[in-house]
Design a protein around this ligand. Structure first.
Ligand code: ADP
Ligand code: MG
Length: 250
């Protein structure tokens, strides 16, 4: 979809979400709506709650209060319905978390057969198609350790896409990469955004935020401080916290 285009109905809705780790109040009164086809980039200082926020979207973290709705349904605490909704949410982490003792093809095939119950042939066909999409058609038979970091992260993206998720969450997907590999991963993400994937992306890559995001959410101390289109946010951040943050990273 990309900036400037119409955004669909809400796919994710967080209302008044609060989360504590013991005495630490890490998410404070979070309200966030992500429309279908929308790309939301979350930025902010380290420790501000960005990872915790996106991990609540598929209940990798439980919350103490508030509601989380995914695809029109309240996210349950556990059980079959949670498993079903989780399969709609793809996640890519800073560390690629590939299965080291499996080939690239097997990495992108496994969850399809186990969770989506696809036959092996269908799953492998879909895996090869996605490996082509991330520019790794010729690497299917290799093991993760034989690939560069940028290639491994692209395999991780293909693996998440293989579940046909409705939304993709990215938590600093390029932070562990050598500089020369960052762009190849960002380009895959840019293409996904152009293809209309709903995305929530925690990143320090401001170029990506400017060009791919419909909205920039600035988080600090567990709160959403600003939530605005990138052109507005970068031109004139409203809060002192955001101005201070931008002056340090730009
Ligand atoms: P960010 O991703 O913005 O750097 P996080 O969501 O990782 O922030 O962390 C927010 C706060 O919660 C930090 O103070 C962090 O130390 C704390 N925190 C994160 N995970 C845990 C955990 N599992 N147990 C206790 N504290 C945690
Ligand atoms: Mg984090």
């Amino acid at each position: 979809m990309g900036p400037g285009m119409a955004v669909g109905e809400p796919l994710i809705e967080l209302r008044d979400v609060n989360k504590h780790f013991g005495a630490l109040h890490v998410l404070r009164d979070i309200d966030l709506t992500v429309g279908r086809g929308e790309v939301v980039v979350i930025i902010g200082p380290s420790g501000g709650g960005k990872s915790t926020l996106i991990r609540t979207i598929n209940r990798l973290e439980t919350v103490q209060s508030g509601s989380i709705v995914v695809d029109g349904r309240p996210l349950p605490e556990e059980g079959k319905e949670l498993a079903r909704l989780r399969a709609e949410v793809g996640m890519v982490f800073q560390s690629f978390n590939l299965f080291a003792h499996r080939t690239v093809l097997a990495n992108v095939t496994l969850a399809q057969t186990k969770v989506r119950r696809r036959g092996k042939q269908d799953a492998e066909r879909r895996a090869r198609e996605l490996l082509g999409r991330v520019g790794l058609a010729d690497q299917a038979g290799k093991y993760p350790a034989q690939l560069s970091g940028g290639q491994q992260q692209r395999v991780a993206i293909a693996r998440a896409l293989a579940m046909d998720p409705q939304v993709m969450l990215f938590d600093e997907p390029t932070s562990a990469l050598d500089p020369e590999m960052i762009n190849e991963v960002l380009e895959v993400m840019q293409q996904l955004a152009r293809d209309g994937m709903t995305m929530v992306v925690v990143t320090h890559e401001m170029g990506f935020a400017r060009s791919a995001a419909n909205r920039v959410v600035f988080m600090a101390d567990g709160r959403i401080v600003e939530d605005r289109p990138p052109e507005e946010f970068f031109r004139a951040p409203e809060s002192e916290r955001a101005r201070d943050f931008l002056s340090k990273i730009l």
